[in-house]
Design a protein around this ligand. Structure first.
Ligand SMILES: *Cc1c(COP(=O)(O)O)cnc(C)c1O
Length: 410
């Protein structure tokens, strides 16, 4: 690859990494993926894929068992009541499997939406032909407990609620505890899309009341793409029998088959599973959810303070910033264009992520993956150089962006 390569210097920048794996740049010449998955994985994770496995063989069955047990353990206190059901495909397949398996056909589900993934959940319900209501907060405003309480009290037909834990399209960390309390107080059932947060933000059944949650291999556990997983209360899993709409996405059927045979129902992504086990072991060595979350939070803090020092502003106020991904407003300066900024950052070894807001221009920088605060320092230094090259005088956003943000405080 032709970029003027940041990777060499990043190798030494990464030396001070504190957890047991010395984690260098992904591979000399490979850019860092500052994206919310697929993301930058370790060499060990990639190396684990250099071997073939028979899906029916005892060795692979043991790998599947280790994967399931390892994921359940990440729930922490209260995890005994839960089981893990991996589902082939990207995260969206697992969300669809969860919605189809756990939402009723004859009562309503309330979808809390504040971005692309909430919208996608609503679209999924549409495809499923299941009744749902939408609480739509737009691009990034958080759904609040009192709003959920009002909707649920006003409509006894709503039996289930879906919340997106970290809405990756803005990077907002939604107030999960508040929503869980509101849903439990009126005796309804909570489902969680924790795709981009699980493994780095605690999600403990001892504090939170939920029937099922979903995440995938290529987010905070730092595996490669290929499967998602549902962690569900065993009683809810048992009750989901026959509720699915599709053969391949039936969570109960996959669970029952795995319990009986130790195997996946249909061809598993064997190499992805092998890589994921390496990733899970590294996650444990790093200190589990707390250790992983702490590194990502440092990544975010270094990134945000560095970018602010260049004049950039975040979409979200500090209270709502997740340690997963951060949205920055594009500078108002006419010399700035995101495609040019993107290309120049890429040539320095950093792949950014376009924004997804409808009102103002923005871009996103992911904090997850095999990167530490020294990499983030490198991102900020590269951004500073690129702004100078582009002739951008000020990275300050347009006035309407700040007016938009003021809505959060209101
Ligand atoms: C990544 C993600 C998904 C799943 O997306 P895929 O592209 O299907 O992997 C779902 N919800 C959230 C919040 C996500 O971040």
């Amino acid at each position: 690859m032709a970029f003027r390569c940041a990777a060499t210097s990043m190798l030494s920048l990464l030396e001070p990494m504190t957890h047991t794996d010395k984690l260098p740049a992904p591979k000399l010449g490979e850019p860092f993926l500052l994206t919310p998955g697929p993301l930058t994985t370790s060499i060990k994770v990639k190396e684990a894929m250099l071997r073939d496995w028979g899906s029916w063989d005892d060795d692979f069955k043991a790998m599947t068992a280790e994967l399931r047990a390892g994921l359940i353990e990440l729930l922490g206190p209260g995890c005994d009541a839960f089981d893990c059901v991996p589902i082939q495909g990207s995260g969206t397949y697992a969300v669809e499997a969860m919605l189809a398996s756990f939402t009723p056909k004859d009562r309503k589900t309330l979808i809390l939406s504040n971005g692309a993934y909430g919208k996608r959940a609503a679209q999924t319900m549409d495809y499923l032909g299941r009744p749902f209501e939408l609480l739509d907060k737009g691009d990034y405003l958080p759904p609040r407990g009192h709003e959920v309480t009002e909707r649920l009290q006003a409509d006894p037909e709503i039996s289930h609620v879906l919340i997106v834990h970290c809405e990756t399209s803005s990077g907002i960390l939604n107030p999960l505890q508040e929503i869980s309390d509101a849903v439990a107080a009126v005796g309804r059932t909570l489902l969680i899309d924790s795709m981009s947060a699980f493994g780095a933000v605690p999600l403990e059944p001892s504090h939170l009341n939920f029937a099922a949650m979903v995440s995938s291999a290529n987010k905070c556990i730092e595996g490669v793409p290929g499967f998602g997983f549902v962690l569900a209360r065993k009683s809810d899993l048992a009750a989901a029998k026959g509720n699915g709409h599709s053969l391949s996405l039936d969570v109960h059927a996959q669970w029952a088959h795995m319990e009986k045979t130790g195997q996946w129902r249909f061809t598993p992504p064997t190499h992805v599973v092998a890589a994921f086990l390496e990733a899970l072991r590294a996650h444990k060595r790093e200190g589990g959810v707390a250790g992983r979350g702490a590194r990502y939070a440092r990544n975010r803090d270094v990134l945000v303070s560095g970018m602010r020092s260049l004049g950039f502003e975040t979409l979200l106020e500090a209270e709502w910033l997740s340690p997963i991904i951060v949205t920055f407003f594009c500078p108002a300066d006419p010399a700035f264009s995101f495609p040019a900024f993107y290309d120049r950052m890429k040539s320095r070894g950093f792949i950014l992520y376009p924004g997804k807001l409808t009102v103002v221009d923005s871009f996103r920088v992911g904090c997850i993956g095999q990167m530490d605060e020294f990499v983030m320092t490198g991102v900020v230094a590269a951004a500073s150089e690129v702004l100078a090259e582009m002739g951008v005088q000020s990275a300050a956003p347009p006035a309407e962006a700040l007016a938009e943000r003021a809505k959060l405080a209101a």
